[in-house]
Design a binder for this molecule. Sequence first.
Ligand SMILES: Nc1ncnc2c1ncn2[C@@H]1O[C@H](COP(=O)(O)OP(=O)(O)OP(=O)(O)O)[C@@H](O)[C@H]1O
Ligand SMILES: [Mg+2]
Length: 369
Amino acid sequence: MITFDAVTKLYQGSVAVDGLSLVAPTGKLTVLVGPSGCGKTTSLRMVNRLIAPTSGSILLDGEPTERMDVARLRRRIGYVIQHAGLFPHRTVVQNIATTARLNKVPKAEALRRAHDLLERVGLSAAFADRYPWQLSGGQQQRVGVARALASDPNFMLMDEPFSAVDPVVRGQLQEEFLRLQREIGKTIILVTHDIDEALKLGDQVAVLRTGGRLAQVASPRDLLARPADAFVADFIGRDRGYRFLSFAGIDGTLALRAEPAVPLGTAPEEARRVALDRWLLVTDAARRPLGWADVETLRAPLRDGDLNLSGTFAPEGGTLRHVLDAALSAPSGRGVVVTPAGELAGTVTLPAIAAAIEAERQGRIGPRP
Ligand SMILES: Nc1ncnc2c1ncn2[C@@H]1O[C@H](COP(=O)(O)OP(=O)(O)OP(=O)(O)O)[C@@H](O)[C@H]1O
Ligand SMILES: [Mg+2]
């Protein structure tokens, strides 16, 4: 647990952080989000005492940090910054091993752990002996995360860790990081100015406004449902109605329909015989969906080139957002749901999804126990 207790930071009389009180619970990911200059980085750097508060105090598991030995304090806290901040003259494994070495772990052991961590953050052993300039931005970020984890700290501070890369890589890094966090369960404060990232990653989201004042702290779902004021409502953006779909699971609420499917090579007559309508789902030998075929225009046995690939596939146990996207993107209007092994589980229709969305909406606005 990291506690901010009425923390204020003044710079030559101007307020960077104004009376911040906030608890980042143990094992959870707390996101600090807000517009540029609202005091996010300053708040983060006061935790590991790179910046000293003007007043107030910060506690780690209830113990005030101002009394701790600063070197020891920093070794308990992993720190990841925007452009990874790797040592340019050290290789990838040497970079990762640095924090363990500071903690007096023997060299061989530190390097062994560094190799393990490399794998955990999704980089192959081939990267171990490269230098930072030989890596892409996304790969450098992964190394930065591995380095922060190397001393196995209970606490992690992350300042815009995924912002220096393109949106596709950012999405991958976020997914990988969420998966990793589910395993390691660190107490994390992550800073971003991207509300989508905040809502996706945070167990809890703290919205700061300019002048370093806390506007609201809540779970992503509650933030969307009950923004505290016009500033928060404006900051979380226009498509808040749509964003709820990411938090609504589909288990039990949506009945899957059996969907006929055929393999490649199926003759046109056979395809037209089994199809529910004009669109027929095509799967591989392991019943993994490949795409949809238009049986009306089919003149020869089904080939790869006949497939319409526009539809996305929703994972079983996914969210309403996944199935809605699958249905909207499929030429048939039926959303394909797949098992974890990628096999066809069934489809859901748009009217069924619309009914589930309405049930979710009513549950959300209805009385709470
Ligand atoms: N060393 C400093 N001296 C004077 N003012 C500073 C100093 N560091 C930061 N500030 C000011 O404090 C405020 C908060 O800065 P901070 O870096 O914490 O913002 P931020 O929320 O991280 O912004 P960004 O999203 O742009 O990174 C800003 O107005 C900034 O200009
Ligand atoms: Mg900043």
